[in-house]
Design a protein around this ligand. Structure first.
Ligand SMILES: [Mn+2]
Length: 564
């Protein structure tokens, strides 16, 4: 247990170290950072300036065609200068690009078989042109026909340090031998890069020393997900352009989490530069599941901070309706749409131009990790973003399918109905992803191109749903009122309307143990352990770190609904 905890802390520290473009938190930190940068610059005077060293990189690319960074401008915050990244790049041949930040550029080697923790393995590493610092977290698709055409993910990242005291990394690279320690999310411990042939030859060897971090038989191919987005190369390849260029927002640092734990019943918490006034932190919001502790408001604030990198992509730019339970889920909650009058200035709000008489005018838009944490403190524990975005509220970007079980529906009924939808969607060539609701049902989210109306999405979902209802009439009722449905399931297409919503992926649900709505792979429908409330706010983070988010690559997909 102790080891696992230590590993988790190390991981968190690494994340902090690589968190991109974060402003220094204090003036002292800013000064220290500036001093380090200046010192580095003067030490590098004899070397060519980074921009000159990128001439080769730039000459090989047409930046009007590729989304890769040009390196023409300096990154806004160079940081302490010791980051490393490994990008998994499927070009003509698969390889892993190992890049060490050295004096203002990324010194780079292409490793066909990938780095390994196996101390017996020797891996060919081809020394390639220096890359600009902006390349550090590049993830996306380089157009075919361009240099390096193919898909790229940030396979690992972290910090590196010289393995020999006082070794100048620029000289070490020139001399053809560099020893270094990596602290990444996948790679750690002592590595050596050594040129295998005469001076100037491109062929080097990469190896891992025998140490506490070495693992016999470790293979890069067994670890396929991006540490930046959680996506695989296949998912990046299929993703629409506006998804993969966006950064995953950072989660909380270990220090911020410790500070949260140290607040009493109430107090101020500084999270990513925002001051949150937290109250009633030890209040139980969710009663315990059997064998577990009850879930307090502090637990929910912590969860919202940690899940932010995964949940925010579903909330950004959208007005949100919330289900609030200030006295805990044992008491009746209430729907709340209005932007709270006492909300801090920095909480984004949006005005609904077409609001009806007496309807809510200002809505909250949750667009940052602190905003999500603020909502937890406000006991807005269930978050329902609109299907449309604030910039075009009458154009849905998702169509919803809602398999809503009745009192007499079994879990098997829900699975049968969901599989029927999958068959229908496959037949139509439509991409969509299921998620368990955290209660009893499953929803299927269908990404759609802008320009569609709610009348169109609603009619489309109704059309498919009626067809499915006709196949299994014994399972489904079309009665409007619950009491007339005879306990059967409802295939609810009516949520495809403005200001109607379904619960967000990763939102908690008001039930004991704080279950969570979670996107799943289609083939998980066949997993005998699958249950609609399988994951809670205590277990879902492990789930996403292992399995990623199968729905994420569909966000923003510009898909046109075929006629039924
Ligand atoms: Mn490459």
């Amino acid at each position: 247990m102790a080891t696992k905890k230590a590993a988790a802390t190390k991981k968190a520290v690494t994340k902090k170290a690589v968190a991109k473009k974060q402003a220094p938190r204090t003036k002292a930190a800013a000064k220290k950072k500036a001093a380090v940068t200046t010192k580095k610059k003067s030490a590098a005077k004899e070397q060519a300036a980074p921009k000159q060293r990128l001439a080769k990189y730039q000459s090989m690319r047409d930046f009007s065609k590729t989304a890769e960074p040009s390196g023409a401008t300096d990154p806004p915050d160079p940081g302490p200068g010791n980051r490393f990244v490994v990008q998994r790049h499927r070009a003509r041949a698969l390889h892993y690009d190992l890049r060490l930040e050295v004096d203002g550029v990324l010194a780079s080697w292409a490793v066909p078989k990938g780095p390994t923790l196996d101390p017996k393995a020797r891996r060919l590493a081809v020394h390639v042109e220096d890359h600009p610092l902006d390349y550090f977290d590049f993830e996306g698709v380089i157009p075919s026909g361009e240099y390096g055409g193919g898909d790229v993910i940030v396979w690992d990242w972290g910090t590196w340090s010289p393995g020999k005291d006082g070794q100048d990394p620029v000289r070490a690279v020139e001399s053809g031998e560099i020893h270094f320690d990596l602290a990444g999310e996948k790679l750690s411990g002592r590595f050596v890069l050594v040129r295998t042939d005469r001076k100037g030859d491109k062929n080097w060897m990469l190896l891992h020393k025998q140490d506490d971090h070495s693992v016999p038989g470790w293979d890069a191919g067994d670890h396929l997900r991006s540490v930046k987005s959680g996506l695989t190369n296949d998912e990046i390849k299929d993703a629409p352009r506006d998804t993969w260029t966006r950064d995953r927002p950072p989660g909380p640092t270990p220090a911020e989490l410790t500070a949260l734990d140290e607040i009493g019943a109430k107090g101020e918490w500084v999270f990513q530069g925002r001051e949150l006034q937290l109250t009633n932190l030890d209040k139980v919001l969710f009663p315990a599941r059997e064998g577990e502790e009850p879930v307090t408001k502090r637990d929910l604030v912590r969860y919202h901070a940690l899940i932010a990198p995964w949940m925010l992509p579903y909330l950004e730019g959208r007005p949100v309706n919330t289900n609030r339970f200030p006295d805990g889920v044992d008491k009746k909650g209430f729907w709340f749409k209005a932007h709270p009058s006492h909300a801090p200035e920095w909480l984004t709000r949006w005005y609904y131009d077409d609001h009806g008489k007496g309807e809510t005018e200002w809505y909250t838009v949750i667009d940052s990790p602190p905003a999500l944490a603020w909502m937890a403190n406000y006991a807005s524990l269930e978050l329902h973003p609109w299907t449309s975005k604030g910039d075009a509220p009458n154009e849905p970007t998702w169509a919803y399918i809602d398999v809503d079980p009745g009192p007499k529906s079994t879990w098997d009924d829900v699975l049968v109905l969901t599989r029927l939808y999958k068959t229908a969607l496959d037949h139509l060539g439509v991409q969509a992803g299921p998620k368990v609701t955290g209660k009893r049902g499953i929803q299927v989210w269908v990404p759609i191109a802008r320009g569609c109306t709610f009348d169109e999405t609603r009619a489309w979902v109704e059309g498919i749903s009626r067809a499915i209802g006709a196949i299994v009439p014994e399972m489904v009722s079309w009665a409007w009122t619950k009491s007339d449905r005879g306990g059967k399931a409802r295939l609810d297409y009516t949520q495809n309307a403005i200001n109607k919503t379904l619960v967000a992926p990763f939102s908690a649900r008001p039930a004991p143990g704080a279950p969570v709505s979670v996107p799943i792979e289609w083939d998980e429908l066949d997993d005998p352990d699958l249950a609609p409330d399988r994951w809670t706010i205590r277990t879902v983070l492990d789930r996403v770190h292992q399995a990623g988010d199968p729905l994420r690559h569909l966000i923003g997909l510009q898909q046109h609904l075929p006629p039924i």
